[in-house]
Ligand binder design. Structure first.
Ligand SMILES: *[C@@H]1O[C@H](CO)[C@@H](O)[C@H](O)[C@H]1NC(C)=O
Ligand SMILES: *[C@@H]1O[C@H](CO)[C@@H](O)[C@H](O)[C@H]1NC(C)=O
Length: 553
């Protein structure tokens, strides 16, 4: 029996060798050679890691073309991530020479050509992360092999600068900002110029991303600099309108960083000159999240300071006024039902404690922190909306879940609904699709009311239940198969229900007049399509809250 299995494995290995493979590929910078991974009978995926799409960028400069290389570049290892603070914020890691991308190309007996292309932008609060991030069981979470093979698309993942080096801005011409967005844009442009040599179709590019990467996708859509470079876009849990996605007081942040590295001067020119001469490692370390700042006042959202700015160039105007630039782009956007839980647990720790109750005062405190821009005016009205279903003796679990809902709505869900509406309103043909991902969390120890946490969608989109089957159940594979089908159908046709991927239920388009959304989990049927996601709450934030006057600051 064992011997037969071994024979079969050997035969499969030999046969997959005879799947086509790209070998050496000519790019604009020189030749690259990746590796070929057999995935079954006459099927393989060509993987190229660490291809430079730009040179080493200067400090707070736009990315510039790579000078190129002689001979064949071995594209077999991921490049270093862009210089950044570590997850625990105690050190820095990474390199200044970091503008590299990775390519995953599915192959059958014949060499693939003209395949749709999906370019992934990683998340990490514009502070952390890389295209090869979060390798837990072997491959990176963002490894594109499963998606490429199962969806028959070329998957590309790209690095971009983060933290102080990616997003510091003085809000003027001295240090305009948005370097990380320019990097993303440079990667997309490189794909447009070079992907045909890898079997991709440059006229069929979709960009997708999660969290800060999803906001990045949204910014790329809104920028006038991407005209014609991609046709479609997917934002998973983040849009340009998210309150954490835009830094509105960049000079104040630049001064704070300057103080930390000893560059503060009342003369701003001198301050910037000093910053420009400072060691990038020190600058990066100075960009770490300032936890002390939050104690006793404020919410975790306030800590996410490094972000894009309205610079008059990449973003010529407020994001809400740039949707005409995305009029012909097909767009999928959605959130996870508990995207805000991780933040809520920091702001109101009692929600995750079995032996503690969360009080109305806690809820009021959270709302006060989130709605600072409106002064105290918003707190009472928001509380009345969010407590409306509590009844006279609130169930402690209902109060706790409300706290998570408030953060999910404020940080993710409501901004996404606004983006979907603006996209549909400005469309000149680009289609719009909305989803809610609510698969029960796989993280042990969470309260019973917890649903889909921030980032939990990614494992399914990237096919982890297939890549590491032992830690998943069949229901996770069903979900993963369906998400890959919707995502890659969309990349092929602009409609998640049309294409060669079989889907459990058609996903109707969101339009100016009708607002359907697809609820994504492991049990999907006709009843997975509903309308007007969290309408009462969205309407509160969109109509009543926005109408309140801003507080003087
Ligand atoms: C929490 O509230 C419930 C219901 O109001 C009550 O029965 C319980 O004793 C409270 N628990 C604590 C730790 O205060
Ligand atoms: C995009 O790819 C799909 C699937 O391969 C194909 O049917 C479609 O014609 C392509 N679109 C363009 C504009 O090339």
């Amino acid at each position: 029996m064992k011997a037969t299995m071994r024979m079969l494995a050997l035969a499969a290995a030999l046969m997959s060798v005879s799947a086509a493979r790209l070998g050496v590929v000519q790019t604009e910078g020189g030749q690259v050679q990746g590796t070929s991974h057999g995935v079954g009978l006459f099927r393989s995926v060509d993987v190229f890691k660490g291809i430079p799409f730009a040179g080493t960028p200067g400090l707070w400069e736009k990315p510039k073309p790579h000078p190129g290389w002689d001979g064949v570049l071995k594209a077999t290892e991921y490049a270093e991530r862009c210089l950044q603070v570590t997850l625990l914020q105690t050190q820095t890691r990474g390199s200044l020479d970091c503008l590299y991308l990775n390519i995953f190309v599915p192959q059958g007996r014949k060499l693939s050509s003209n395949l749709p292309v999906m370019v992934y932008l990683f998340g990490g609060a514009f502070l952390l992360g890389a295209s090869d991030d979060l390798a837990v069981l072997g491959d990176s979470l963002y490894d594109g092999k499963e998606m490429a093979e199962r969806g028959n698309v070329v998957v590309v993942s790209a690095n971009y600068r983060v933290g102080t080096l990616g997003f510091l801005s003085t809000g003027d011409a001295r240090v305009p900002g948005n370097y990380g967005l320019w990097d993303q844009h440079a990667a997309i442009k490189w794909v447009s110029r070079n992907i045909a040599a890898f079997g991709g179709n440059p006229d069929n590019v979709t960009i997708f991303g999660q969290s800060a990467g999803a906001a990045g996708v949204s910014f790329q859509m809104l920028s006038p600099h991407n005209k014609g470079l991609f046709r479609r876009a997917i934002s998973q849990c983040g849009v340009a309108l998210s309150p954490w996605a835009l830094q509105r007081k960049p000079m104040a942040l630049a001064k704070k960083i300057a103080r930390k590295v000893g560059c503060y001067r009342s003369d701003e020119d001198l301050m910037v000159a000093c910053l420009r001469m400072t060691d990038p490692v020190g600058l990066t370390a100075a960009g770490k999240v300032d936890v002390l700042q939050m104690l006793g006042n404020g919410v975790v959202m306030d800590l996410l300071e490094h972000a894009p700015v309205v610079d008059g160039d990449f973003l010529p105007d407020e994001p809400g006024r740039l949707f005409h630039n995305a009029a012909d782009v097909d767009y999928v956007a959605g959130v996870n039902s508990m995207d805000g839980h991780i933040f809520a647990g920091v702001d109101v720790p009692s929600i995750n404690k079995k032996k503690a109750n969360t009080t109305v005062e806690d809820v009021r405190g959270l709302l006060t922190g989130l709605t600072k821009e409106k002064g105290t005016a918003a707190v009472a009205s928001a509380l009345s909306v969010y407590s409306a279903h509590w009844g006279s003796v609130p169930d402690p679990a209902a109060v706790k879940k409300t706290v998570a809902d408030i953060e999910t709505d404020f940080l993710f869900l409501v901004p996404t609904q606004i983006a979907l509406r603006l996209h549909a309103e400005h469309s000149s043909g680009g289609r719009t699709f909305s989803y809610l991902f609510n698969m029960k969390t796989r993280i042990p120890g969470f309260p019973s009311w917890a649903e889909a946490e921030h980032s939990e969608d990614l494992q399914y989109v990237f096919g982890k239940p297939f890549a590491t089957p032992l830690v998943y159940f069949p229901r996770h594979r069903d979900l993963s198969r369906n998400m890959i089908a919707y995502w890659t159908n969309f990349a092929k046709t602009g409609d998640p229900s049309q294409g060669d991927g079989k889907v459990p239920v058609p996903w109707p388009a969101f339009t100016r007049t009708r607002r359907p959304f697809l609820t994504i989990n492991h049990e999907m049927s006709e009843s997975s399509v509903s309308y007007d996601l969290r309408e009462d709450y969205v309407s509160y934030w969109v109509n009543r809250y926005s109408g309140l006057p801003s507080a003087r600051q």
